[in-house]
Design a protein around this ligand. Structure first.
Ligand SMILES: [Zn+2]
Length: 252
């Protein structure tokens, strides 16, 4: 089993980060942790080395599409180029039309996104995409760029998921699918070979009655159970297939 996307650098993990990682390891769950700003990069580097030898902890660096600060953008590119050998991929980055509605700003997002795609091609790194209310534009840009990606916390339609799969993308489903009917429908209608699992921790708790609780990578097991139920597979098989999908995609 694997948590394909979470944010272990967040302050919510400051008091017990190592325990959180070890709890996931105890359940045989691997982790890809994602830093989303330059302060997060520094924090992630602080714990990455200690746990990466296990080959069960990997990292990506990204930058929010709502961040237009020139210095932050420049530092992000510098960080990616400096630490490229340690990164399994670049992201999350992409397009967010939920928070950004101004047309000029959206155009700037698309410009930044295309620059990051060029960076990922130059460094031969896989992309992890954040898309909110922007799936059509994301897919069009990926298609134009002839590149595939992991679509983190995918929230588009089933048609868009299938289009993305045609482009070679993998669809990352969050632990919120343990209670979200919409996400369960998505799980039912896309092939298990194209699905990977994520917590997006500390967000998207699997527990419907405790939705705002801190989420953590060890909770991936509840999502794998849900997938095994929906896809009519053994739990072990569902965990193995979704982990294999991730390994094939990132080639590790
Ligand atoms: Zn995230």
């Amino acid at each position: 089993m694997f948590d394909a996307h979470c944010h272990l650098d967040f302050n919510l993990f400051d008091s017990d980060r190592e325990n959180v990682i070890n709890r996931a390891y105890d359940e045989k769950i691997g982790i890809i942790t994602c830093a989303t700003d330059n302060a997060g990069v520094n924090k992630t580097l602080n714990f990455y080395d200690k746990f990466s030898e296990s080959k069960r902890l990997f990292m990506t660096f990204g930058i929010s599409p709502t961040n237009f600060d020139e210095n932050e953008l420049k530092n992000f590119v510098n960080n990616v180029e400096t630490y490229k050998d340690k990164l399994i991929g670049i992201g999350e980055l992409g397009l967010d039309y939920y928070w950004i509605k101004d047309e000029k700003a959206k155009e700037q997002q698309r410009k930044n996104f295309k620059n990051f795609i060029d960076l990922s091609k130059k460094l031969n790194k896989k992309l992890v995409i954040h898309s909110r209310n922007a799936e059509n534009d994301v897919l069009e840009i990926l298609k134009e760029s002839k590149i595939n990606a992991m679509l983190h916390c995918f929230s588009g339609s089933i048609e868009q998921a299938l289009d993305a799969i045609d482009l070679g993308c993998i669809i990352s489903i969050p632990t919120a699918a343990c209670w979200s009917k919409k996400r369960q429908k998505m799980l039912a209608q896309i092939p298990v070979e194209n699905i990977v699992t994520e917590t997006d921790a500390p967000f998207l708790s699997p527990f419907p009655e405790r939705r705002t609780d801190r989420n953590e990578p060890s909770n991936i097991k509840y999502l794998v159970e849900k997938i095994s139920e929906i896809k009519n597979l053994g739990v072990q098989t569902a965990g193995d297939i979704t982990e294999e999908n991730l390994r094939n995609f990132f080639k590790f």
